[in-house]
Each structure stands twice: as C-alpha cells, then as structure tokens.
Write a protein that binds this ligand. Sequence first.
Ligand SMILES: [Zn+2]
Length: 75
Amino acid sequence: MGMVVIKCPETGRVISTGIEMDRERFRCTAVFFSRTYCKMCAATHEWFAKEAWVYESALANGTSGGRESFGGGAA
Ligand SMILES: [Zn+2]
C-alpha cells in the first residue's frame, strides 16, 4: 500500500494527500480531481490525478527475503 502525494505548486515540496492506494490501483483509476490542505501554505491545493503519484514507503522494508529452510528435524 502506498500514499498518494502531490507536489505543492507554491513551495515545490512533496506533500501527502492522505489518500492510501497501491500503485497498480492508482494507475487504473480514472482521472479524478481532489483537494488537499497544505500545511506549508496554509491553503488548499486542487489537483488532478495526473499530477499525483504513489509513494510506497513499504517497499523499503521489503518482505521478500525468501530464505526459508525446512531443516530435517535434527533434534
Ligand atoms: Zn502548498
């Protein structure tokens, strides 16, 4: 699961929209329009899905360490 983020048009900083969505789903989502309150500008920015992208922080933790060993019970 990732977080939909946009770039603040005023400061150029990346801000979170608070919308959680995975990248695949976001890509398949029809173009939508939304508003996000920006703390840095103390204003609400309006944005389109095409201006947003999904930031997946979960990827850094990677759970794909396929190292399972089924040892033959040496008790
Ligand atoms: Zn802003």
